[in-house]
Structures are given as C-alpha cells and as structure tokens.
Design a protein around this ligand. Structure first.
Ligand code: M6R
Length: 590
C-alpha cells in the first residue's frame, strides 16, 4: 500500500523517481507526487489520479534537482484529493515527506501542532513535516529533528524526508513498513521494494524495524532510533529488471498467467534436504497452522488438503487478520506456515510476530527475497517466480501450490516421484494455456453482462472455487462467491435463478459424483452451468476441458482456465486488470 522512492545522485531526480514510481504503481494508484531539492528550495508537484494522468496534468517531469522523493498513494486517511496526495510539506515548504503506513497518534500531535502551524490536508502524514519543523524551530538540525520527530510517532511507517536546509541528504525511518536501500556508484536509492530501483542497481541493504537511514551521494549510514550507527552489510538480489517489464503483452496479468509453465519448473528448484527437514518438523509438530490472506490463503487451503491426502497430517488454515484472536492456543508446539507473495502483508506479519512471541516455530513460503516475512521466519521456501506486478495474484499462486505439494510429498517420503509428476504437469499446463486461450475470450464476452457468479467444488477443489471467485470479483467488479458445493442447499440456492452462471469445478476425482449432484440442484433452478472438468456432462451449458491428472493435482490444471476467465471478463468489460479500483498489490496496513 503506497509506494515510496528516494534518490540522491548526479542525474535529474524527477526522471529517476518517475521511472521508479511507474514500477511501484502496483502498490497504489490513487494519486502520485514528487518533491525535489534544488538551489535552496523544495519543489513539489502532485495530484490525484494514476501516475500517467499526474504526469500529464502537472509539471512533474521538469522539476529541477538531483535529490528527491516520490510517492504513489493508496488512500487510508483522507479522500483521494490533490491536497491529500504526498509529498506533504511544512508551512515554509522547506521540508517534504512521503509516508506509507498509519500514524496512530496523529490526532493528538495534530491538535498540539495546529496551534502553531497550518494544516492543509486530512492525512495522518502531514503531522510529520510539521513535527520536524517544530524540532528545527527549537534549534535542532534537520537530521536531529527527523530522529526526534520519528521517535514520537506511534503506528506503522516507512518515511522519507528531504529538506532545503540540508539539501544533500535523504532521510528514512522504518517501522513495520518495508524500505530497501539500493547502492550504486555516486548515487543512492531507497524504495518500498527492490523493483523500484532494480534497473539501476541490485546491491541492496534492508532496513529493519526501528532503523533510520541517512543517504548521501556516496554513503549510506544506518542508525537505531537513538542515532547510534549500526554496521550493516549490503547483499545482492538476483532478480533482473526485464522480469518485471510487460514486454509485448497488453497487461502484466496475462504475461504472468502465461509464465506459469516456467514458474512451475522454477518452483521445483528447491533444496531437497531443506524440504525433508521441514517435512519432519511438520510431522513432529503438535499442531500445524497456515496463516495467509487472499489468494495465498486459498493456496493454504489447498495445502491443507494436500498435507492430509499426501502427507496424512491434519492442519488448519486461519485468515491472518483473525490469527491473533487464537493466541491462547498458540505455543511452542505450534508450527505456523505463513504464505505470502510479497512477504510484506501487514496482517501476516502481525500474526507471525504474535506466533513467535508465543514460542511457535515459523516457516514461510514467500516470493520476495529479503522481505520482512522471510527475515522473521525460522525457515523460508522461496517461490522463485520472479516479480509479480499485476495486482491479481496468478503465477505466485501456482508457485505456492507447487511448494505445498513438494512439502506434502516430502512428508510422504516420495519427494523425487512427486517432483517428477509436477515436472510432467508443467508440460500439460503449457498446452492447456494455448488451448484455453482459444475459446475463453469468447466465453467471457458472452457472460459479460452477468452480475452474479457462483463457483462450486468439493474437497481439494473447493479452494479453487474460492480462488476463481476472488479473481473474478477483484478485477471484473462482479459479485462472485466460491463455496463447497454441499453448502449450496443450506442457503445460497435461494439466489439461483434462470441464467445465473454457476462455475462447477468437478473433475472425475473423489469429489465428482457429489459435486455433480449439487450442480444438478442448481441446474434445476435455471442456473447456467460452466462445467470445469475432464469430462463433458450433458448438464453443462459451457465446457472448460481440464487435462486428466492424478486427482490430488487437479488444482494445478484448474488454475489456468479460471485465471483466464477472470482476465478476459475484465477485458470484455473494458477494465484494467492490472490496476483494479480500490486495491493495491501489497497490503501493508492492517
Ligand atoms: O502478498 P500476499 O500474498 O501476502 O498478498 C495477499 C493478498 O493481499 C493477495 O493474495 C490478494 O488477495 C490478491 N490481490 C488476490 O489476487
């Protein structure tokens, strides 16, 4: 939520910042703004709207100076207006600040400072430049004032600040919101993620909670909150920028869907000894609990069935934002498996912190190397699927499934056979992608005026119903519900009427007969059935043919057509699937 970038170097800051903001836009696209420092002045240009609109509407490209900060916003405090867009400044317009997170004590700071300074926005962020100014007015340098001001803040934050009085510095503070520093010769970057500056450098330094940073052209110093310098060493990341660019595709989402055969092969490249070690710990744990949100939670639900079917181990899945309410039953016999593409989802991090405080062991399945979740886990498995930019999770979901199957096969002591099966499936997925792309666009166009969709399935496929529905609603803005098919008759059946689309996920596995029986009940009430199966049934109005695979692996081949249906539904409705309204890729607020 919200993307930040800071730069100090020898090139025009605005153009570097705008490039970085385009790469960060998946984190927020309500408004955008830049502040640069030049010739004793802070220059600010900002507005509401997507970055491209802001660039068109205001003189942001030409801002002078080689030092600056930029921001793309996902609104929390205050509506989507120019005034609420970042950067925010002090009254003298000599300090500019961008922020990601929530300042919990902003009301009390604001009421104190508004006796002295004029506030112009409704944001929590605006207290920060005024607070820094207050400390400067009391005789502190900009840097000292920044340390004192940020120590007063409660809540979660990643903050960047620049000032006209100390023009050769970018200051940063982090608490529970990500910040990564990029080191190059003669220039320094700091962003919400590595992608923001990846075309320039892959030498990085991760800021941890409570840390502050002072960036100049040729040095980066890291401090604790009391201004004591810390010795931290940079590392390198092995992502390349071209992985994060759209190339010839219309949208990142379709590019990322099409990458999935390769994603499966990449995800299979894991350290077998680590997998076996983790599997033993899972088998020995008193209880195993998955913690995740959104699509990652649907992957966890599939993992739960795979752990049971293949690994013969019971586990539970708890939505990360609810995990804290179970803290009484979490202890050192608990093994938490946190799943997150970004590794920065606030609800997941919160749950993991709580689990660790109760003595639990934490394993994580993460995509972003060096993310907060990866760094706070006892063991990490990486998805290896490269940067995922589309807000809708696609290839990361596939990679999560692969890792969960790998753990399940390890629990069953059949890892090599399992890897072989998954490798074979990657070839099927490749052929399926081509096949489904031939007819799903037309099917999506035909269904484009439908307002409610129901996705039904049972057993391990039930989570696919949830995931299929989530994908459709988040990018097409139509109501969609996924549920265990057996639940339909307990209430939802009342909503089925003539022509209501029902996506029936019913491969010929152990769930087949019961699911088809439930689909019949919907059909009898007039439902329009989109059958997703390896066999065509007379009750289907539309048929999505699945490749035949071993029954526990059906979620892998079901994923592709459901993602394509969602993607083409959004396109058929004239929507941008990469930037769905009100959402952001990385949800770093609770
Ligand atoms: O980065 P994470 O995997 O922790 O993100 C979790 C959810 O926010 C994410 O999966 C979200 O539901 C996706 N936009 C769904 O496509």
């Amino acid at each position: 939520m919200c993307g930040l970038i800071g730069y100090i170097g020898n090139e025009q800051a605005a153009s570097i910042l705008l490039g970085a903001m385009a790469r960060l836009e998946y984190r927020g696209y309500d408004s955008a703004g830049v502040a640069t420092v030049d010739n004793g002045n802070v220059h600010v240009a900002k507005d509401k709207g997507k970055l491209a609109d802001v660039i068109r509407e205001c003189d942001i490209k030409t801002l002078p100076g080689q030092v600056g900060i930029g921001h793309v916003r996902w609104a929390t405090h205050g509506g989507v207006t120019r005034e609420n867009a970042h950067p925010h400044c002090d009254e003298k317009a000599s300090i500019a600040v961008v922020h990601n997170g929530i300042i919990e004590n902003y009301t009390e700071i604001r009421s104190r400072l508004s006796r002295k300074y004029r506030f112009v926005s409704e944001t929590d962020t605006e207290v920060i430049p005024h607070l820094i100014r207050d400390f400067i007015d009391a005789g502190n340098t900009f840097e000292d004032a920044f340390f004192k001001a940020t120590r007063e803040l409660k809540g979660s934050y990643a903050i960047l600040a620049v000032s006209a009085t100390e023009p050769d510095k970018v200051l940063a503070a982090r608490k529970e919101s990500p910040l990564v520093i990029g080191l190059d010769h003669g220039s320094s970057f700091i962003g919400s993620d590595v992608l923001s500056f990846l075309p320039h450098t892959n030498r990085v330094l991760y800021l941890d909670d409570g840390e502050r940073a002072v960036l100049t052209r040729d040095s980066v110093k890291i401090y604790d909150e009391h201004h004591n310098e810390l010795g931290k060493k940079p590392t390198s990341v092995n992502w390349e920028w071209k992985q994060g660019s759209k190339g010839d595709y219309n949208h990142f989402m379709i590019k990322e869907i099409e990458e999935q055969p390769q994603v499966i092969r990449q995800a299979l490249i894991q350290d077998n000894r680590l997998l076996m070690k983790m599997a033993i710990d899972i088998l020995r744990a008193r209880q195993v609990v998955f913690v995740a949100c959104g699509t990652s939670r649907y992957a966890a639900l599939i993992g739960r069935y795979a752990f049971s079917k293949i690994g013969r181990t019971f586990s539970d899945v708890i939505i990360a934002s609810e995990f804290g309410y179970f803290s009484e039953s979490v202890d050192k016999g608990t093994l938490v498996i946190a799943i997150s593409q970004s590794g920065e989802t606030a609800d997941v991090l919160d749950g993991v912190r709580q689990a660790k405080a109760n003595g639990a062991t934490v394993f994580s399945i993460v995509n972003v190397v060096g993310s907060s979740l990866a760094r706070m886990s006892d063991q990490v498995l990486y998805l290896n699927c490269g940067p995922e930019i589309g807000v809708a999770a696609t290839k990361s979901f596939m990679a999560q499934l692969i890792l969960l199957y790998l753990l399940s096969f390890s629990m069953d002591n059949s890892l090599s056979e399992g890897k072989e099966k998954l490798r074979e499936i990657s070839a099927l997925v490749e052929a399926d992608l081509h096949y489904h792309s031939l007819y799903i666009p037309a099917m999506a166009a035909k269904l484009k005026d439908k307002k409610d969709f129901y996705y039904l399935a049972r057993g391990i496929n039930f989570a696919m119903a949830g995931e299929g529905a989530l994908k459709l609603k988040e990018i097409s803005y139509v109501h969609a519900e996924g549920m265990p098919a057996g639940e339909l008759k307990h209430g939802t059946l009342a909503l089925i009427e003539s022509g209501t689309p029902v996506v029936a996920i019913c491969p010929t596995d152990y769930t087949y007969a019961d699911t088809v029986a439930n689909v019949m009940e919907a059909k009898a009430r007039g439902a329009y059935i989109i059958g997703v199966s390896n066999v065509n049934e007379p009750i289907f109005n539309e048929y999505v043919r699945l490749s035949k695979v071993e029954e526990v692996l059906y979620p892998i081949v079901t994923t592709i057509p459901l993602q394509l249906l969602a993607y083409h539904s959004a396109v058929a409705r004239g929507l941008d699937p990469d930037k769905p309204r009100n959402l952001a890729k990385s949800v770093t607020v609770k």
